[in-house]
Each structure stands twice: as C-alpha cells, then as structure tokens.
Design a binder for this molecule. Structure first.
Ligand code: UDP
Ligand code: MG
Length: 318
C-alpha cells in the first residue's frame, strides 16, 4: 500500500478521540506524519474533540490550516470516547482505519506492524499492552475485566480496551459503538463475523494531563458486558431467554402449589403453617412476569424488524 502520489486514495485513516489533551496533540501529529512518510503510507488523521474545555480545539485548528490531511470534528459537549470514535468512524475514508488515544500512550511507530498483522488475514487487530505503563490500581482490575470478557464472550483477547487498534474500513462502518461500548468493539465485531486478532504493542506512560476515566469504569464495565451479550444473542428473540426462564420458574411454582393443594385435600394439612406456600406463589408470579417481559421484547423486536442485523462480507453477481 505504499505510494507517494498526493492524489492517491487515502490508504490509512487515523481516528483520535480526545478530551483536554492540548499539550500532546502536536507531538502526536508529528510522530504519525513521520512514520507514514517513512513507510510511504497516504494518510488522513481525524481528530474528534469530545467537548474539550482547554485549548485543544484551537491547537487542532492551526494544525488543520497547515495540513489539509488533518481533519477535525468538534463536539458541543463531552459525550464520551465511544461517541467520539463513532463520529470519527463515519468520516474515515481510508482502506484501513487505526484508532489511538491522544495522550501519547499509544505509539504511532506501531502503525506499520499493525498494517502487516491485519494483512495476514484479519478484519480487526487489537493492540495488547503487554507491558502496561499505568498504575497498579488500573492494571489489576483491567486484567480481571479482560479475563471475564474473554470467558463470557468467547473472544480470546488479552486486552480488549486497548486504544490502539486497526480495522478494515467495512468494520468501522458496520459496528455500532455508543454509550461506553468502546471497550467491547472486538466483541461486537466478532459477533458480526469479522476476524479478530491481536498484536503486542508498545505502551508509554502518560506525559501530559491526566486520565479521563475514574473508578466508575469498574462498575459500568460489567453492566455493559451484559448489554453486549444480551443484545448479541437475544436481540432478535427475547422470548427465548425470558420465556425459557419464565417457563422453568413458573413450572416450579405451580408444582409447589399443586403439591400443597394435594396435601390439603388428601391429608387435611393446613396451609397456614407451610412457608413453602409463599415460595410457590412467588415463583408462579415471577415466572409469568418473565414470560410477559419476553413477549413485550418480541413486540419491540417486531416493530424494529426492518433493521437488518446480518452483515454481508461479499456478494457475487447482481
Ligand atoms: N477521551 C475522550 N472523551 C472522554 C474521555 C476520554 O475522547 O470523555 C479520550 C482521551 O482524551 C484519550 C482517550 O480517550 O485520548 C483515552 O483516555 P485516557 O487516556 O484518559 O484513558 P486511560 O489511558 O487512562 O484508560
Ligand atoms: Mg491514556
């Protein structure tokens, strides 16, 4: 993919979400431009300013005036990394798309290696910060997060949330990232049928500014995983989950109450001293509620039926 023709189609789009990173930006841009020049890669960089309150935007504005390959989107308010990535993905024209953080922790010198790895036959290659330059308070929970995500999703990666990743363009146009789902992009992509790989990448300590993610991430992460797993498996058939659950639960409840009725009739035993009665009634009601929830889900799914969720890799013929 090497070319020196300025009019050649863009080979690589680099998408960079940022929130208050004024000091890092010029260094980062310089590093990206140097690496791409060295390897003859035609590029564009799309900076997405996620509502920064420092001078990030004016820094970017000046950079754009000097070089039209530098594109800038500015959000009116801070919407989060997922939305910033999503906006950048929409604009990305390159055959390949690389995302990286703006804080210089991700190393642009990895760009050629990422491209080479993708070309081995992947649609998405995620960086793996094997030697991570972050405090322990971040590294350990993140290890746990990666284990659990890998186990539950079946996608075997060491580092789901690495900011440095490369995608074929069709991946970023297909996968829908919102909320805080950026942590699960490899899972979302794998569920669409894209081939996901990983590559050990260099990671550097933060030089300027401070981290934008506090302890809240540890609580929100697991909830988002439930969303991803639920939507991916049951979006189209919610009754299979809730109905199945409801059926088992209400059957247990009905079994218990039926047993109590038989005892009442045959053995004349009093219901007032049978605590199990409450469990029977509770299970029956909860079971019926699960089934109703499943039916409600089916109604929502039907209303939304036109939105196709399959994704086509190739089409031969008309
Ligand atoms: N970021 C963003 N919007 C936010 C928070 C973060 O665009 O609301 C950007 C941030 O500027 C950086 C990247 O997302 O480029 C990763 O953030 P950070 O370095 O703070 O995360 P950490 O490395 O601590 O996980
Ligand atoms: Mg960082």
């Amino acid at each position: 993919m090497s070319t020196s023709d300025p009019d050649a189609p863009v080979a690589l789009s680099v998408v960079i979400p940022l929130y208050n990173e004024e000091e890092s930006l010029p260094h980062l841009q310089q590093e990206i431009a140097n690496v791409c020049a060295e390897h003859g890669i035609t590029w564009e960089v799309i900076y997405v300013d996620d509502g920064s309150s420092d001078s990030s935007f004016s820094v970017l504005e000046k950079m754009h005036q000097r070089d039209s390959r530098i594109k800038v989107l500015q959000f009116r308010s801070n919407c989060g990394k997922s939305d910033a990535l999503s906006a950048g993905f929409k604009e990305a024209a390159g055959r390949y798309v690389i995302t990286m953080d703006a804080d210089l922790q991700d190393d642009p010198h990895e760009i050629p290696r990422l491209i080479a790895r993708l070309e081995e036959g992947f649609d998405l290659v995620s960086g793996w910060k094997k030697k991570r330059r972050d405090p322990v308070s971040k590294r350990w929970p993140s290890k746990f997060f990666n284990r659990v995500t890998g186990l539950l999703s079946g996608v075997r990666l060491h580092d789901f949330n690495c900011g440095l990743k490369i995608y074929r363009n069709e991946v970023v146009k297909t996968v829908h990232v919102y909320g805080e789902l950026h942590r699960y992009i490899p899972v979302l992509a794998a569920l669409e049928g894209f081939r996901v790989g990983e590559l050990v990448v260099n990671h550097r300590p933060r030089q300027f500014g401070r981290t934008k993610f506090g302890a809240a991430r540890f609580f929100r992460g697991p909830l988002d995983l439930i969303t991803v797993l639920f939507l991916s498996k049951y979006m189209r058939r919610p009754l299979h989950l809730f109905g199945g659950l409801g059926f088992v639960v209400s059957l247990a409840g009905l079994g218990i109450t039926a047993y109590l009725v038989v005892m009442r009739v045959v053995k004349q035993s009093y219901l007032s001293n049978r605590p199990i009665l409450f469990i029977g009634v509770l299970l029956t009601i909860v079971g019926i509620q699960f089934i109703s929830l499943g039916l409600l889900g089916e109604m929502l799914t039907k209303m939304n039926a036109s939105r196709h969720i399959y994704s086509i890799r190739k089409k031969l013929g008309d």
